[in-house]
Design a protein around this ligand. Structure first.
Ligand code: ZN
Length: 253
């Protein structure tokens, strides 16, 4: 099932995508789905980021080839950091380059969307608390990440977490390709099965640290090939079974 969030008449609705149409939902999709009554052509609505979470938890160095390209070891236990919910933008929204950084990079990632309150969840029960998956770009000010030590600023600027275009509730977590393209040129080309730690282990481990709330987002790390973004670029993240998230890059004014 494909769940989106759309702007209709200045209001936001969740919806189910069925073919070329969107079945609008009353309320949120975490639990029983309640159609609101309207069914609209997909071309008549504007897709926005598919969730607005209480928090975004991101996993660092979860693909060995990416850890290596930045000169890092794969950590012996998961390494996480937080991005603010205000960093989220939707498909088509601009990524704004902050004046504080001279090197902003793309990171194509699978995002896991939590569907139920989750605390101390054992790995075998993780499927019960995962709602679905979407594409994410963990935009990073690489120079500030290196100089600051803490990553709150480097990873936390407004527009530094494009999400979308929608949530797919089932995907192939082994064989699906995750790719990052800049101006149509392939930069990152990974496979979800290459993650050092898979979704069950990550969600279980994170839920032993902090309670996860429906809509919370977990970014699962990026494969090799990260690189700079400059104003005028168009950056896309694609994952098999989900789709493509595309965003223009502009200077922050
Ligand atoms: Zn990342």
């Amino acid at each position: 099932m494909r769940i989106c969030r759309v702007s209709v008449d200045d209001d936001l609705f969740f919806g189910i995508i069925e073919g070329e149409a969107v079945v609008l939902l009353a309320g949120h999709p975490f639990g029983e789905l309640a159609p609101e009554g309207r069914v609209l052509p997909l071309t008549d609505v504007r897709l926005v980021a598919p969730v607005m979470p209480t928090k975004i938890i991101a996993v660092a160095r979860n693909y060995a080839d990416h850890a290596k390209e930045l000169g890092n070891e794969v950590p012996t236990s998961p390494m996480i950091f937080l991005k603010p919910s205000t960093s989220i933008v939707g498909p088509g929204d601009p990524i704004r380059l902050p004046w504080q950084s001279e090197r902003v990079e793309h990171e194509a990632e699978l995002a896991v969307i939590i569907g139920r309150v989750a605390s101390d969840v054992p790995e075998e029960r993780v499927p019960e608390v995962v709602f679905g998956y979407t594409c994410a770009n963990d935009v990073s000010a690489r120079d500030l990440q290196q100089t600051d030590g803490q990553w709150g600023r480097a990873k936390g600027f407004d527009t530094f977490c494009p999400l979308g275009p929608w949530i797919e509730t089932q995907i192939d977590l082994e064989d699906a390709a995750v790719t990052g393209m800049v101006n149509g040129e392939l930069r990152q080309d990974g496979v979800l099965g290459d993650m050092v730690r898979g979704v069950p282990e990550l969600v279980s481990w994170i839920s032993s640290v902090m309670t996860l709330i429906p809509g919370d987002v977990i970014l699962t790390g990026t494969p090799a090939g990260v690189g700079p973004l400059v104003a005028g670029d168009t950056v896309s993240v694609s994952i098999d079974g989900i789709g493509t998230l595309t965003n223009p890059v502009v200077d922050r004014v």
